[in-house]
Design a protein around this ligand. Structure first.
Ligand code: NDP
Length: 328
């Protein structure tokens, strides 16, 4: 007998948005350590673009999507933190969130508080847990520290602006238009720089009385890496966590010494949430900030699942702000 069916987004080849296809497949039943979830909403992330394009190579054919929220339909053996009927949300490997329903490992799936909508859940897990590890787990950050955050009006960016405000950290944001800068300021950035029209390095020096910032959080990569290093104080920390403009060129480590004994790291969310208990704790911290009203999840784009290619095009063309949701 055939079980429940799902639509799922797959790629057979790496390439542009035209490589995204919708297939119909059987969902299956969860094995030990797994759950079956039926999505109410799916989050779109820039990692979906890297995986589709081949910047992050995948074994093909491959399913896409790293973030979703919905209702647990079934749980396998050895799963104690979720049961059928629970509301849940996740950011997790393996890719495959762009679908109606799926079977997946349970460890990174988190019970979603009733006060948080499925859409917000799907929009905030990958982006919000990233902000959590950037601010709490990558380098010690204290009230009064100053951070430069690129793409501050994006999905991760608007959460970062609010997180910084809630912790008394001064965030200088960059964004690609004056309207995006206004949005970043509205969400808690202390200053915003339109890096398409202004030299962001010179402006950061000006804003910090020539001192530079304690930490740079750079997800743009190729276009901003060098300028970002020039924004740091001596002993400052460069967190390079993405490549929206392309990968960073190989780095001559001597440059870090010459620019003031800088530190450099290239983290991934999936290392930080690999441990079940840590992941659940990080999610609880994020949920607490949302429920307390310190962070509002802003969803500025919604696309039906079958228009996933349109959603990718908008994200890559820098046309989006805040989070983007795919509707199953
Ligand atoms: P965003 O909503 O921030 O979209 C990306 C933004 O990058 C664009 O809107 C644009 O903003 C900016 N950008 C600058 N140059 C380019 C370019 N050449 N092409 C496209 N966009 C460009 O995406 P997400 O919130 O999903 O992710 C933000 C970044 O964080 C991504 O780079 C992602 O890979 C990274 N990330 C890394 C994680 C990790 O653990 N390492 C986890 C989660 C996200 P503007 O117009 O304002 O410049």
């Amino acid at each position: 007998m055939i079980g429940p069916l799902t639509r799922a987004v797959i790629i057979n080849e790496h390439g542009g948005p035209e490589e995204l296809h919708l297939i119909t497949a059987e969902v299956g039943d969860p094995g030990p350590g797994e759950i079956r979830i039926r999505h109410e909403a799916v989050g779109l992330n820039f990692i979906d673009v890297y995986q589709r394009s081949g910047l992050y190579p995948m074994k093909l054919p491959a399913r896409l999507g790293m973030e979703g929220a919905g209702i647990i339909e079934a749980v396998g053996a050895n799963v104690s933190h979720l049961k059928p009927g629970d509301r849940a949300a996740y950011a997790a490997q393996p890719p495959g969130a762009c679908c109606d329903a799926r079977v997946m490992p349970a460890a990174q799936v988190c019970p979603l508080p009733d006060a948080i909508s499925f859409e917000d859940g799907a929009a905030m897990m990958l982006k919000g847990l990233t902000v959590n590890y950037l601010f709490r787990r990558t380098t010690p950050l204290q009230r009064g520290d100053t951070v430069l955050f690129h793409a501050a009006a994006g999905g991760v960016g608007l959460i970062a602006c609010q997180w910084a405000r809630s912790e008394g950290i001064t965030l200088i944001g960059t964004a690609g238009s004056d309207a995006k800068c206004a949005l970043a300021l509205e969400h808690g950035a202390r200053h915003a720089i339109n890096y398409r029209t202004e030299d962001f390095t010179a402006r950061v020096r000006e804003l910090t009385d020539g001192k530079g910032v304690d930490v740079v959080m750079d997800s743009i990569g190729k276009d901003t890496f060098e300028g970002s290093l020039d924004c740091l104080k001596p002993l400052g920390m460069m967190i390079s966590f993405g490549n929206a403009s392309g990968p960073v060129a190989p780095v001559n480590l001597g440059v870090l010494a010459a620019k003031g004994s800088l530190k450099l790291t290239r983290p991934s969310l999936f290392t930080h949430i690999a441990d079940h208990a840590t992941c659940q704790q990080m999610a609880a911290e994020l949920f607490a900030k949302v429920v307390a009203g310190d962070i509002t999840i802003r969803i500025d784009q919604r696309f039906p699942l079958f228009k996933v290619a349109e959603a990718h095009r908008a994200l890559e063309a820098r046309q989006t702000t805040g989070a983007t949701i795919l509707e199953p």
